[in-house]
Write a protein that binds this ligand. Structure first.
Ligand SMILES: Nc1ncnc2c1ncn2[C@@H]1O[C@H](COP(=O)(O)OP(=O)(O)OP(=O)(O)O)[C@@H](O)[C@H]1O
Length: 445
């Protein structure tokens, strides 16, 4: 079995050849591209597990190669080989998603060691990494998380509900050296007050009425892996104190137990609340906030990641279609446009739910605007004559909803006004009249 596929992009024949020989000896399948054009065509074939690239090439640069590849396949470990004058650029590239850089001349043994350690941890982190590839904002966050994965410091992930905070936490775990150890997610907002201690720290037999056996808590289950404390802003004041103590001493005891146990896991926390404001209002302990807020990273809401909508819509629609045994589902253009106008208060979770429902109740072939927004698009500021939605009158909103619904019905009926009118429960004359008033032309079908 090969140690992995490496694409080496290097125009210097001597260096390229020695890298190729050495890496083949180390068990890698190596593709050597001598120019940006060769790298581009190599990347159209089988995606490599690692890219090792020169920054300056005769016909382009490593940065463009990296960005283009990220856009297509998501984050892939990239190591740059830089000449002395390129160090600033290399540092910037590491900030934008490259894993590392080596300055020429470099020690080949050290480079091989770095490649081995990367290749040992690829696999599942690469899959989750695809979640951080769809937009510039997410690529930046993916890059921060990748670096955070290497450093053993607490990570705090912020963002509205459904933006992918747990996905981000798993990415930190999967991309780091603890990936083979447990990942334990805990929803702090759902811990029942009377059981919270026992759930978190465990209990000994007989430590309270009903404690008939020994129980290992989440802190113990996490072992040397990752403990993910979701909704940390919902932690009660009492539990905030207890958590702070564990983080300070890195020790805890089971309820009713005398043995002190080590807390060996890495901590990742998340919240959709404004912890800074909670600290200011005395609802969250400042000392605990300092402890958990070491590397912070904020996931933008879906409405600010519009470039991701086409690929997310398509992938969720295909997944739903596959589950229901449908063939390929085409996402209608108007559905994309409507998705761009929607505010997505529930973010990606809302998108998944809407697509699942739309595919289940739709015709199994296409996903239309009205399937996605059966209630009518009430949150669509740009469809309301370009004016801000907040200023729209009720009749603007009604017209926009009617327009969307009629367009979808016409599209489903392949442009047949007769069929569309039947499905809408109105006469053909009424439909024509509405189409004229709402300015729906033949191109809208
Ligand atoms: N970039 C992404 N690509 C595909 N699916 C995603 C992505 N981000 C999140 N998801 C999916 O969206 C759903 C919500 O994600 P997740 O649970 O991570 O959000 P969250 O921010 O932790 O939500 P909450 O604040 O409610 O706990 C999950 O089903 C997750 O798999």
């Amino acid at each position: 079995m090969t140690a992995g596929r490496i694409l080496v992009v290097e125009d210097d024949a001597t260096l390229g050849q020695s890298l190729q020989q050495r890496l083949v000896l180390e068990g890698y399948t190596v593709r050597w591209a001598r120019s940006a054009a060769e790298a581009d065509s190599a990347l159209k074939g089988v995606a490599p597990d690692i890219i090792l690239s020169d920054i300056r090439l005769p016909d382009g640069d490593g940065e463009t190669i990296m960005r283009r590849h990220f856009e297509r396949f998501g984050l892939v470990p990239v190591i740059f080989m830089t000449a002395y004058g390129d160090i600033d650029q290399a540092v910037r590239l590491v900030r934008d998603g490259a894993v590392d850089y080596v300055s020429k001349p470099f020690d080949l043994d050290e480079l091989v060691e770095t490649l081995h350690s990367i290749s040992r941890r690829k696999s599942s982190s690469a899959q989750i990494g695809a979640a951080f590839a769809g937009s510039q904002a997410m690529r930046k966050i993916g890059a921060t998380l990748l670096r955070a994965a290497e450093i053993d410091l607490p990570v705090l992930i912020l963002g509205e509900t459904g933006t992918g905070k747990e996905v981000a936490a798993r990415y930190v775990h999967e991309a780091g050296p603890r990936k083979k150890l447990p990942f334990i997610p805990v929803n702090c907002g759902a811990l029942p007050a009377e059981l919270a201690d026992s759930l978190l720290f465990g209990h000994e037999r007989g430590s309270f009425t009903g404690a008939t056996g020994v129980h290992r808590g989440f802190f113990e289950e996490a072992d040397g892996g990752t403990l993910f404390l979701d909704e940390i802003g919902d932690l009660s004041p009492v539990l905030q104190v207890k958590l702070l103590r564990v983080l300070e001493t890195r020790e805890f005891r089971r309820l009713g137990g005398s043995e002190t146990r080590k807390f060996a896991a890495r901590l990742v926390c998340a919240t959709n609340r404004d912890l800074g404001a909670m600290v200011a209002e005395g609802q969250f302990r400042e000392d605990l906030w300092f402890r958990i807020n070491v590397i912070a990273c904020k996931l933008p809401p879906l409405r600010e990641r519009q470039e991701e909508l086409p690929s997310l819509l398509e992938s969720f629609a295909s997944a739903a279609a596959a589950r229901l045994g449908h063939g390929r589902i085409v996402v209608d253009e108007a559905a994309y446009e409507a998705a761009k106008r929607h505010r997505w208060p529930g973010n990606i979770r809302e998108l998944i739910n809407r697509v699942d429902r739309a595919v289940a109740l739709g015709d199994g072939k296409a996903l239309f605007e009205a399937d996605l927004f059966p209630e009518g698009l009430v949150q669509m500021p740009t469809d309301l004559g370009g004016s801000a939605g907040a200023n729209a009158t009720l009749s603007d909103v009604r017209n926009a909803a009617e327009r969307a619904h009629i367009k979808a019905a016409l599209a489903r009926a392949d442009g047949s006004a007769k069929e569309a009118a039947e499905s809408l429960g109105v006469s053909r004359t009424t439909l024509w009249e509405k189409m004229r008033r709402l300015n729906i032309g033949p191109d809208d079908t």
